[in-house]
Write a protein that binds this ligand. Structure first.
Ligand code: ATP
Ligand code: MG
Ligand code: FE
Length: 345
């Protein structure tokens, strides 16, 4: 079965194509992404109107490239999947409208799927079907969540989430404080490698005894970095940028991995998936490998390209949804920023 996936929830226009075998393994046939990130750089964050217009311009060419790469015509595809939420409403609307047009034009069934479940599904492209139960740590520009996944198309339960900023958002805001470009993850990650992660003791949010065990908070950490920088600048001394980056990065990786391991232990889970743009972070990966090995947990992290927004992950989730026997979405399919994690639930 061949499924084409369309992703436009934020600033990436993605079209991916996968072939799913009966045993659930996927073959990646195409993964084309056009990003409007350059157009948002000077605003220091994604501007919804600009993202929507960029999707409109990029949709048809990205679709063409994906089909060419796969060496297929749309007629060879069995179904089309599209991100129906969560995300920016205007951006989602462009993808859904395009998907409806392609589906109607080619007579293929259309499935509107959840973007966050798609991030988890991305790993099934790289590492095959998920075990019956696993824990997903989803860390991106807009989300930081711990999901208990008991079947991608059956049961996904959110057991923790950020109460303020997402992990990627914290990276982007701290980068701005340090005068680094947007998006902040990659430059901070690079700088941190030359710094001392123990130079500054930044706070670990929500790790107190009485705090919610699986929720995250990163806004206090961001404020702590801002305060530290202000104080240091007042002395007239040069900012130790690499040490600040390394210490901030250590705080984020420490909290994320500690809570994820604890959640896996409490729920008796032996497989952890980390996905979303922040999963590309080098220190998070390193610390997660270390702590999962100690805890006897199998760690699965898709390659960075599959961690950030892309159409292949939507095609992957779509293929699993089609295989589950679910009905296509109705013709009234619309963007839904609070779309349930499991298709059709
Ligand atoms: P969402 O998926 O929540 O709708 P999004 O589209 O912003 O949001 P992604 O494309 O998955 O999410 O991820 C982008 C985020 O990942 C940005 O905040 C960026 O700073 C962060 N990021 C990318 N690479 C790294 C890295 N190496 N280290 C830390 N953060 C990173
Ligand atoms: Mg993005
Ligand atoms: Fe995303």
């Amino acid at each position: 079965m061949i499924v084409l996936g369309i992703e436009t929830s934020c600033d990436e226009t993605g079209v991916g194509i996968v072939r799913r075998a009966a045993d659930g393994t996927l073959e990646l046939l195409a993964d084309e992404v056009a990003s409007s990130v350059e157009e948002h750089v000077r605003f220091g964050g994604v501007v919804p109107e600009i993202a929507s217009r960029a999707h409109l311009q990029a949709m048809a060419p990205t679709m063409r490239r994906a089909l060419d790469t796969a060496g297929l015509e749309l007629s060879a595809v069995d179904a089309i999947a599209v991100t129906a939420g969560p995300g920016l409403s205007g951006a989602l609307m462009v993808g859904i409208a395009a998907a409806k047009a392609y589906a109607t034009g080619s007579g293929k069934p259309l499935y509107g799927v959840n973007h966050l479940a798609g991030h988890v599904a991305a790993d099934t492209i790289e590492h095959g079907p998920l075990p019956p139960r696993c824990l997903a740590l989803l860390v991106s520009g807009g989300h930081s969540q711990l999901l208990l996944v008991e079947g991608l198309t059956e049961k996904i339960t959110e057991i923790g989430a950020t109460i303020d900023d997402a992990a990627g958002e914290a990276y982007d805001k701290v980068a701005r404080i340090l005068g680094l470009p947007y998006p902040g993850g990659p430059p901070i990650d690079k700088l941190a490698r030359q710094g001392n992660p123990r130079a500054i003791a930044f706070p670990r949010g929500l790790t107190g005894q009485r705090d919610a065990p699986f929720d995250f908070s990163f806004s206090g950490l961001k404020t702590a970095v801002a305060r530290w920088v202000e104080k240091h600048e007042a002395t007239g001394a040069e900012l130790p940028l690499a040490d600040i980056a390394a210490s901030f990065q250590e705080a984020v990786a420490d909290v994320l991995t500690a809570k994820a391991i604890r959640a896996a232990r409490e729920h008796g889970i032996d497989t952890m998936v980390i996905s979303g743009g922040v999963a590309a972070n080098s220190r998070l990966g390193e610390l997660a490998r270390e702590r999962c090995a100690e805890a006897g947990i199998t760690l699965r992290v898709p390659r960075p390209r599959l961690c950030t927004d892309n159409g292949a992950m939507i095609a992957a989730l779509g293929a699993h949804v089609v295989a589950s026997g679910a009905k296509p979405s109705p013709a009234t399919l619309a963007a839904d920023t609070s779309l349930p994690l499991v298709y059709g639930s």
